[in-house]
Design a protein around this ligand. Structure first.
Ligand SMILES: Nc1ncnc2c1ncn2[C@@H]1O[C@H](COP(=O)(O)OP(=O)(O)OP(=O)(O)O)[C@@H](O)[C@H]1O
Length: 283
């Protein structure tokens, strides 16, 4: 189970202090919603968790280990747009990460390995409601379908931490409600923590276990360069939302199994079994 610790983190770009004095302990299986005014450093913080951006001072550790200075398969990411490869089919998009990983080990993927990855990719696409769209290209999908594809692509690498940068911000309200249900189900079933940047406070309350707000405490024009944003609010959702536990929140994500239009829990697929096996053995 993954514990993320952020200790006395500072981020500066040249003269500009963007973030200061961030201390944050993220418990295993948390779903953190990160909110705050535009420009306060939310995306920068997410990119530091991803390993795409260095820290000026302080430390981030995952399970006690210093965060590697580059993105790795233990951290998946979905952005508001452009998370998928436009020139590859839906199936190829979802297979790309595991294929690259296998190719690094074996030189290239072929035969049984390729088939196993394709089978897992098809199962994953079915889980996010994209069965039948395997041969399409991203441009042929709606916005909601593209974000489902981006989630499937990120989850194929079995990340310990899923980072979401306003992933549902561009979607229509109805589609957003559907994808919220999917997101809750994925978080319940997959042994991962989630850190999500959002501008939508309702979305934060709908999905998260805890809401963290970044804000500048000193914001006079002459202070803007020298003082960055820090954590000004830390709200635990009540009643507590616990990953994998049945709660009052589950009614809308686990519909009756006799409803053919909805999918049940993810427990049937190969990758879900592997993930729960990995979780049981790393706990
Ligand atoms: N690579 C960079 N070089 C210099 N300054 C940067 C860089 N990336 C971000 N910044 C600055 O850091 C500050 C925080 O940006 P960031 O994108 O993290 O904010 P945000 O809270 O995610 O904003 P929004 O909600 O509008 O997306 C901004 O002032 C931005 O201009």
């Amino acid at each position: 189970m993954t514990q993320i610790s952020v200790k006395n983190l500072w981020k500066e770009y040249g003269e500009q202090v963007v973030l200061q004095n961030i201390d944050l302990e993220i418990a295993p299986r948390s779903f953190i919603a990160l909110v705050g005014p535009s420009g306060c450093g939310k995306t920068t913080f997410l990119r530091m968790l991803l390993g795409q951006e260095g820290l000026t001072r302080g430390a981030i550790t995952i399970d006690g280990e210093a965060l590697p200075p580059e993105p790795g398969p233990d951290r998946g990411v979905v952005f508001q747009r452009y998370s998928v490869f436009p020139h590859m089919t839906v199936l190829a998009n979802v297979m790309a990460g595991p294929e690259m990983k296998a190719a690094r080990l074996l030189g290239r993927t072929f035969g049984a390995t390729r088939k196993r990855i394709a089978d897992e990719a098809r199962a994953m696409l079915a889980e996010v409601g994209l069965a039948g769209a395997e041969d399409k290209y991203p441009a042929q999908l709606s916005g909601g379908m593209q974000q489902r594809l981006a989630l499937a692509q990120a989850l194929m690498m079995k990340p310990k931490v899923l980072l979401l940068d306003e992933p549902f911000g561009a979607l229509d309200p109805g589609i957003r409600t559907d994808i919220h249900k999917l997101m809750k189900r994925l978080w319940n079933e997959v042994p991962m923590s989630v850190v999500m940047v959002t501008h939508d406070i309702r979305e934060a309350f709908t999905l998260s276990t805890r809401i963290i707000a970044f804000e500048r405490t000193r914001n006079l024009p002459e202070e803007r360069l020298r003082y960055g944003a820090t954590i000004t609010k830390d709200i635990a959702i009540w009643p507590p939302r616990v990953a994998g536990a049945t709660s009052i929140y589950d009614a809308d994500i686990y519909p009756r199994r006799d409803d053919p239009t909805e999918q049940g829990p993810l427990t049937g697929t190969t990758w879900a079994k592997e993930l729960s096996h990995a979780a049981t053995h790393s706990a």
